[in-house]
Design a protein around this ligand. Structure first.
Ligand SMILES: C[S@@+](CC[C@H](N)C(=O)[O-])C[C@H]1O[C@@H](n2cnc3c(N)ncnc32)[C@H](O)[C@@H]1O
Length: 227
């Protein structure tokens, strides 16, 4: 999502944060995120643009609670390859997708830049190897993954796409659930499957007030890497 779109689409909970919270982000995260923001922008626009980053890094339990009420559509999970040697979840959060990979793979690696979300994921899924990292510089060897996944974390940035391909073994699969700009992927050779909408589970009112209405992921884009 580009800067202007992130400002415009910030959920109502952005008002919970102030510019002093941006200063509380880990140094590497703050530097990385601020580099995308034009200089001289007013504080409220900066906070709006960084809403999701502030949640992931400063209040990870809020994201975890939202994820509980936005379960991935079962048809999307069913469409993922079974019986995989090594599966990777990029931007794994607190493990909403990762837990399904555990059932389908002998080994699972999760890459996630938020320390708080990594802690929740490790506690919940102790067999998963959890690594700090970013999608455009994955801390994994070339061709080491047979199923490379992400849910809600990525868009079609060239550096990210190159990394997903690099770490995926020949014959392996890349599978992105609710990526940004799904039309871009569909127009570039990825197979798209959209499951029908399902009712959102009953959830506390603060979720809507903070994040807006929950939208469980139901869009799957897949591509097999040539052998
Ligand atoms: C919408 S959440 C989805 C989390 C998890 N995949 C799920 O489905 O519950 C996006 C996640 O991607 C992570 N993230 C954001 N930008 C990233 C990047 N460039 N590389 C890797 N992870 C990223 C965030 O820290 C956050 O945990």
């Amino acid at each position: 999502m580009d800067y202007a779109e992130a400002v415009e689409k910030a959920p109502p909970g952005w008002r919970h944060f102030g510019i002093h919270d941006v200063a509380r982000l880990p140094d590497d995260v703050r530097t990385r995120e601020l580099s995308r923001i034009p200089s001289g922008e007013p504080d409220d626009r900066v906070v709006r643009a960084l809403f999701w980053t502030l949640v992931y890094h400063l209040e990870p339990e809020r994201w975890d609670e939202l994820a509980r009420y936005e379960p991935i559509h079962p048809a999307v999970i069913e469409a993922l390859p079974l019986d995989v040697e090594m599966a990777l979840d990029v931007g794994a959060g607190s493990g909403r997708l990762t837990r399904h990979l555990v059932d389908r793979s002998r080994e699972v690696v999760a890459v996630e830049p938020s320390r708080g979300l990594r802690a929740i994921l490790s506690r919940r899924l102790p067999t998963v190897r959890v690594l700090d990292g970013w999608a455009d510089a994955l801390p994994l060897d070339e061709g080491s993954c047979h199923l490379t996944t992400a849910c809600g974390a990525l868009g079609p940035e060239p550096a990210i796409l190159a990394e997903l391909r690099r770490v995926t073994a020949p014959g392996g699969w890349m599978a992105l659930i609710n990526p940004e700009q799904p039309e871009w992927f569909a127009a570039h050779g990825w197979r798209r499957m959209t499951a029908p909408p399902v009712p959102v589970p009953p959830h506390p009112r603060w979720i809507d007030e903070f994040f807006g209405p929950p939208e469980p992921p139901r869009d799957l884009l897949t591509m097999q890497v040539g052998g």
